[in-house]
Design a protein around this ligand. Structure first.
Ligand code: GLU
Length: 504
């Protein structure tokens, strides 16, 4: 890529960031890093009615949690700021006026009531109301009023909008994902660009900012594809070079019908937000972070929503994604969200982690539950023994709880299967064998017990199963001598005695 790659993620702070938004941010990030470019965060908050307190912080925290921080944005000036549209308010009017001067836009003075009336009339004829070339001369605007009438209205402080007037033609556009697109511009409406409250609309602010921020590629969701023609025409009207466009496929509900919406999450039983959203007066929504997911898993899952590497490889670290990513491998058709696949990614990433990292998280969880543990090392070793079967840190309580607390109950089915009439006597002998070993290592304990079993010719199952049941409370868990060695001989013997009392 020749010119500098500068891409932006431009969310509106209207609530928590949907994972679809995180996917857009991720693809922008990957594209930027792949081309040694710059990833910019721009907050599009021109619509003050939809502004939600805390949403901007949430967006930034989400990007940070996903390890895809922005290079330029609020609080990180890269010479193209400010990065919040509300802080750029004063810049837009001159551009709107520039379009008026060149004849690409005009003042419209129609009141909301007049427009509503026109709309009702059109809809009564079963037609869709659209304000453009076919009826713009029926309205009150600078195309129908004289220059002095317009001036009078403006001087008087009448409310107005500035509307864009698309040139009638066939417009050829190129989308990096969807390729060539042809549009008849007479189908486009005369979009409002600016209002007399001195605020630009999304379209004007978005184009002006992309231009001023020297954005090279606009990578955004498919829902913005219908706006592309207008945006391209605006660039043409300003005489600016347009950035390249890439519209990412929709993320669909698991069933494939319709877009995955913000409301789908807790309704369908999985989070649709990266982080929990818990507004003071509003509904709480669950998030991947709080549900125990690793950012690596979430990123990996999101990357595959619309992109594929063109190979069989599925597990990608962020660095690997940066290397492998290209817009050529982004599909144009919608990507079905698959929650089971998300869990699968989580599991893959969970086992990849260092025992010490998981151990640290598990130790914190143990503290939270007031469960004592010998040392951090002990927790790490335990983690190493059971990690493979876990998907979340929380799973470790069930998989490894017996390393910390002696079982108080014994699984009925397991007891029925393993504790027979002669078991207590056998276990009594096992206690003696254990007492006689001089060292607590798993190997020493195993050699001693197995040696004795062989000598007595009683069959391994008759000893191993009740031994495991005594230590664990069920028949699951890693190697029984690893367990015995870790909890220690003393504790092992105590647990066997308890089992004998309860089951004998
Ligand atoms: N503010 C728009 C949004 O919330 C940005 C669209 C774009 O990237 O141009 O998605």
């Amino acid at each position: 890529m020749s010119a500098d790659v500068r891409v932006r993620f431009a969310p509106s702070p209207t609530g928590p960031l949907h994972i679809g938004g995180v996917r857009t941010a991720l693809f922008n990030y990957l594209f930027a890093k792949k081309h040694n470019g710059t990833f910019i965060l721009r907050i599009e908050d021109t619509d003050q009615n939809r502004f939600v307190e805390g949403a901007e912080d949430y967006i930034i925290e989400s990007l940070n949690w996903c390890n895809i921080p922005f290079d330029e944005g609020p609080g990180k000036d890269g010479g193209h700021g400010p990065y919040r549209q509300s802080d750029r308010k004063d810049r837009y009017k001159k551009y709107a006026l520039q379009l008026i001067d060149s004849g690409a836009a005009y003042y419209a003075f129609d009141t909301a009531e007049e427009l509503a009336e026109a709309r009702t009339k059109t809809e009564a004829q079963k037609l869709t109301f659209i304000y453009n070339h076919h009826n713009r001369l029926d309205f009150t605007n600078s195309l129908t009023l004289t220059e002095s009438e317009v001036k009078e209205r403006l001087d008087r402080g009448d409310e107005y909008t500035i509307r864009f007037k698309p040139q009638p033609k066939t417009l050829f556009m190129f989308d990096e994902i969807r390729k060539g697109i042809e549009i008849d511009t007479t189908l486009i409406d005369d979009k409002v660009l600016f209002k007399s409250d001195e605020m630009p609309t999304y379209h004007l602010a978005n184009i002006v900012d992309d231009h001023e921020m020297e954005i090279s590629h606009v990578i955004r969701g498919e829902e913005w594809l219908p706006s592309m023609a207008l945006h391209v025409l605006l660039y043409e009207s300003f005489g600016w070079e347009a950035p390249k466009f890439a519209h990412l496929p929709l993320i669909l509900k698991p069933g494939g019908k319709g877009k995955l919406s913000k409301r789908d999450g807790d309704k369908l039983g999985f989070p649709v937000f990266p982080l929990e959203w818990n507004p003071e007066n509003g509904e709480k929504s669950s998030g991947y972070r709080e549900d125990g997911y690793l950012p690596e898993a979430v990123i990996n899952m999101l990357a595959f929503l619309g992109w594929n590497p063109g190979t069989e490889q599925e597990i990608f670290s962020l660095d690997e994604l940066v290397q492998a990513f290209s817009l050529e491998h982004v599909n144009s058709s919608g990507a079905k969200f698959d929650f089971d696949k998300t869990k699968w990614f989580q599991q893959q990433w969970f086992v990849e982690q260092d025992d010490a990292v998981v151990g640290d998280a598990f130790a914190k969880a143990l503290q939270r539950e007031n469960i004592e543990y010998k040392s951090q090392d002990y927790v790490n070793i335990v983690v190493g023994l059971v990690k493979e079967r876990a998907v979340f840190v929380e799973d470790l309580f069930e998989l490894a709880g017996f390393f910390f607390t002696a079982p108080t109950e014994f699984d009925d089915k397991a007891a029925g299967k393993s504790w027979k009439a002669d078991t207590s006597e056998i276990m009594n002998n096992v206690i003696t064998v254990l007492k006689n070993t001089t060292d607590d290592s798993a190997v020493a304990l195993s050699d001693a017990v197995k040696g004795w079993v062989k000598e007595q010719e009683i069959g391994f199952g008759k000893v191993m199963m009740p031994l495991r049941l005594s230590l664990v409370g069920s028949l699951m868990g890693p190697d029984v001598f690893e367990i015995a060695s870790l909890i220690g001989k003393q504790e092992t013997i105590a647990r066997i005695e308890t089992a004998m009392e309860k089951l004998g």
